[in-house]
Design a protein around this ligand. Structure first.
Ligand SMILES: O=C(O)[C@H](O)COP(=O)(O)O
Length: 228
């Protein structure tokens, strides 16, 4: 049975510091490493062993993938990294503290920037220290200067359809190690969550989520592997 495992990266340094991160390439903390290892141990314990892996080009997701695969002895499986699985771009909020931003602009405005479906944060200034346009990994890519969830969906779902779904069609057990909002994009699509209900979906770090697909590649309800 084709199976999909989604894992949000373990805690990052800026998760810990409560800063907007987006495309900025922040590492995992010690706690994040432990979360990633625990995710891999859970895969092993439950016998849900990935045969194919996808991740973003951001180290917090890549490291989480590798730590988890190491724990379930699957470091050898084929893996693909792609920017389309990156976190949504946080624009001009990148690097700012979330609580301080709420004090400055109000809780309501920050909630809109963080959880609305189609309101992007203010764009990143071209001379910002967080501008990644010159980063080698994005050569030839039009790096966005901000993204809403809607814009994130517009790059995640075509990638899902073109690159990941064909692997599931072969019967693979696919693991995707990615980010809060690139995974929200995917869960919204797979579970048919309406635009106005997606605001309520929070994806915790390091907790494997599983979808099982039928022969027609229709996904069932997702569940947390720890509860299975
Ligand atoms: O990019 C970030 O700051 C986090 O990974 C996700 O942030 P959010 O919870 O504000 O969507």
């Amino acid at each position: 049975m084709p199976t999909l495992i989604l894992v949000r990266h373990g805690q990052s340094q800026w998760n810990l510091e409560n800063r907007f991160t987006g495309w900025w390439d922040v590492d995992v903390t010690e706690k994040g490493v432990a979360e990633a290892r625990a995710a891999g141990q859970l895969l092993k314990e439950k016998g849900v062993l990935p045969t194919r892996a996808f991740t973003s080009v951001q180290k917090r997701a890549i490291k989480t993938l590798h730590l988890a695969l190491e724990e379930c002895d699957r470091l050898w499986i084929p893996e693909t990294k792609d920017w389309r699985l990156n976190e949504r771009h946080y624009g001009g909020l990148t690097g700012l503290n979330k609580a301080e931003t709420a004090e400055k602009h109000g809780e309501e405005q920050v909630k809109i920037w963080r959880r609305s479906f189609d309101v992007p944060p203010p764009p990143l200034e071209a001379d910002s220290e967080f501008d990644l346009a010159g980063d080698a990994r994005y050569a030839g890519i039009d790096v966005p200067n901000t993204e809403s969830l809607k814009l994130t969906i517009e790059r995640v779902i075509p990638y899902w359809q073109e690159e990941i779904l064909p692997e599931l069609a072969k019967g693979e057990t696919v693991i995707i190690s990615a980010h809060g909002n690139s995974l929200r994009a995917l869960v919204k699509h797979l579970s048919n969550i309406p635009d106005d209900e997606i605001t309520g979906l929070e994806i915790p770090t390091g907790q494997p989520i599983v979808y099982e697909f039928d022969a027609e590649l229709n996904p069932g309800e997702y569940y947390y592997l720890k509860d299975a």
